[in-house]
Write a protein that binds this ligand. Structure first.
Ligand SMILES: C[S@@+](CC[C@H](N)C(=O)[O-])C[C@H]1O[C@@H](n2cnc3c(N)ncnc32)[C@H](O)[C@@H]1O
Length: 286
């Protein structure tokens, strides 16, 4: 059910409108992993092939372009892939419809399989088996996502510098509780994938939960980003239908109140959103 939300044109449009650029530390982390796996290689080496599994509308795939001769983004949703191809300006990247059951690469040819915020829709053991098939002995797979660690005004705006996180966390908790029954897949990723790591087997695996990055955006963009994720949008609609209020608007108003900016338009309140990334990584064991 969840993955099919990305088949709807309207949801894909909203997802694209809300897209944010993730921090560069995650790109650096991935390349460092490849360097560690093949110590004869230098950091500025151009690798052969990367796959972006569940690439969505290709919003973040191009950040890897400088490191690879070829990148293939694949996604189950035709709508997402149509949009990725429309936007694509890089001739070394191609986007195709596909899923974890048959990754678009021949055996032992892929340096990096990257999957951001998509694994909760896939069958883990199939994903791992396919990674094992396509991955080079010096390659690796990285499954990643993040949650919200803090939110605060950018320095120049500071009236009161309290964190906006308590107000935001309240919203997040409400959403997570709702996902538990209405959308277990997204609940899994909101809880930092408790069931995924144990299911990765027959490979060398490790986990890193320590990367933190910051995105700067307006409260208006923050709202667009969150409501661009179809499940959060469904949650907001459900709350409006059953309780006649939007918990995200409440949370944003509470943040503005915390900062003494109640009368300011959301588009004029600029914040730093701190994201805490989790990286599950594996490579072939031989
Ligand atoms: C939250 S989006 C993430 C998109 C992108 N990785 C990003 O970070 O912007 C999840 C994506 O996973 C895709 N998806 C769901 N099930 C999939 C599957 N079994 N194989 C490939 N993609 C899948 C959806 O169509 C959707 O585009």
């Amino acid at each position: 059910m969840d993955a099919r939300l990305y088949e709807k044109q309207d949801n894909v449009k909203k997802f694209e409108e809300g897209m944010i650029e993730y921090s560069d530390i995650i790109r650096k982390y991935a390349i460092d992993c490849l360097v560690q796996l093949d110590p004869n290689q230098t950091r500025d080496r151009r690798y052969d092939l990367m796959l972006d599994a569940g690439c969505g509308s290709g919003g973040n795939t191009p950040m890897f372009a400088e490191h690879f001769k070829e990148i293939i983004g694949f996604d189950k949703s035709k709508e997402q892939i149509n949009l990725s191809n429309k936007k694509n300006v890089c001739d070394k990247i191609q986007y195709i419809v596909g899923d974890e059951t048959k990754m678009p690469a021949i055996d032992n040819t892929v340096d990096l399989i990257w999957s951001m915020f998509s694994i909760h829709y896939m069958d883990i053991s199939t994903f791992v088996e396919e990674c094992k098939r396509v991955m080079k002995p010096t390659g690796c797979a990285i499954i990643t996502g993040f949650d919200f660690a803090d939110i605060n005004l950018v320095q120049s705006e500071i009236h009161r510098c309290d964190s906006g996180m308590p107000a935001f966390a309240k919203y997040h908790k409400q959403a997570e509780d709702w996902f538990k029954t209405h959308s277990p897949a997204i609940h899994e990723i909101c809880s930092r994938l408790p069931n995924v790591f144990p299911k990765i087997s027959g490979v060398k695996k490790c986990r890193n939960d320590d990367l933190v990055g910051t995105v700067t955006l307006s409260l208006d963009q923050l709202k667009k980003y969150i409501l661009g994720i179809p499940e959060y949008n469904e949650f907001s609609k459900w709350m409006e239908m059953h309780h006649e209020f939007d918990p995200l608007d409440e949370s944003i108003n509470e943040m503005k109140e915390t900062w003494g900016l109640k009368m300011k338009a959301d588009s004029n309140v600029i914040v730093h959103l701190k994201l805490s990334y989790f990286m599950l990584r594996f490579s072939k064991s031989t």
